[in-house]
Write a new protein. Structure first.
Length: 317
């Protein structure tokens, strides 16, 4: 006898959120026009959330002024068709607060605040850092738990305490510990977003609100379909999509750094005219691009995304 699907979870930042790259010109300058075109394309392909100035947006190498320009441009481009989050987290609490206030002035719909990296603060210090960021504005906050890069996890008891703050409403989870995540979900109302594309289906089926994705740059419609399938209780369709997209996850997330690969993928499909990154990153090699092309083609994504980019205003394919 079929089981009625559970109600979809609350989604303060949409269901499919792109961790959007920051386009640069060949000489490394911020390309605002390309950012607007890309944001519009992502929304047209099923994204209802856009994150700007995350690490995939190369936030360590963009200035505060560039972050404001980028945020304003994306907000203008997508209007009310998607929630736009600004990445404001740093390993300096005062700077994080400044960036949060600037993002609010520009008009961001929410903030992403990453665990302070490198300095490895104790849990009480993490709590105070996140509370300071949440107290700085009236915007809802998504915490970003990524111990592989920050050096420390946000532990369960810390997350439970942070959930008491009225503006801390969500977590982007790249910790990869579904057991710990499930305990937080059981004890709080925090909306969970998967931050590791390989685990998107696992998170969705365990009650996550959605995903903050890198691979969705080239698989937005497919991930939106996966969310709909899970919401409707159609696990067979969701699993089939997951298995098909394994090739895309391998292509973008395993052969080189994710930003490098996804910018190359966007250039391949004509969504960007250049795959330029800023140092210390380097652009994808021709060998890496060839492997990327083969996997995306095998996943059935290359032709579909190339057609979409060609049909879009300003398409370069």
């Amino acid at each position: 006898m079929p089981v009625a699907p559970a109600l979809p979870p609350a989604r303060p930042f949409g269901a499919v959120c792109s961790a959007m790259v920051t386009p640069f010109s060949v000489d490394g300058k911020l390309d605002v026009d390309a950012a607007q075109s890309l944001a519009q394309r992502l929304v047209s392909e099923g994204h209802d959330g856009i994150l700007v100035s995350g690490t995939t947006g190369e936030s360590p190498t963009t200035s505060d002024t560039e972050k404001e320009r980028l945020l304003a441009a994306v907000l203008e481009a997508v209007g009310d068709r998607a929630r736009v989050l600004a990445g404001v987290g740093t390993n300096d609490t005062e700077h994080t607060v400044e960036l949060a206030r600037a993002a609010e002035r520009v008009g961001a719909h929410g903030l992403l605040v990453v665990t302070p990296y490198y300095s490895k603060p104790p849990q009480e210090a993490l709590r105070r850092h996140f509370v300071a960021a949440a107290d700085a504005t009236g915007l809802p906050v998504m915490l970003y738990d990524i111990p592989g890069r920050s050096g420390v996890p946000i532990e369960t008891e810390t997350l439970v305490r942070l959930a008491e703050h009225p503006r801390i409403v969500a977590v982007k989870d790249a910790k990869g510990d579904l057991y710990a995540t499930s305990w937080v979900q059981a004890r709080t109302d925090l909306a969970y977003y998967c931050g590791e594309d390989a685990l998107n289906l696992a998170f969705l089926t365990s009650g996550a609100a959605g995903l903050v994705s890198v691979v969705s740059h080239v698989a937005g419609p497919e991930y939106a379909a996966m969310v709909r399938a899970v919401d409707s209780g159609d696990l067979a369709t969701a699993v089939a999509l997951h298995r098909r997209l394994l090739l895309a996850v391998r292509a973008v997330m395993t052969r080189t750094q994710g930003v490098i690969a996804v910018k190359a993928a966007l250039e391949l499909t004509g969504a960007l005219s250049t795959r330029t990154t800023r140092p210390p990153l380097i652009d994808a090699t021709e060998e890496e691009v060839a492997a990327l092309r083969a996997d995306l083609d095998s996943a059935g994504l290359l032709e579909a995304r190339t057609r979409a980019a060609s049909a879009a205003p300003g398409g370069t394919a």
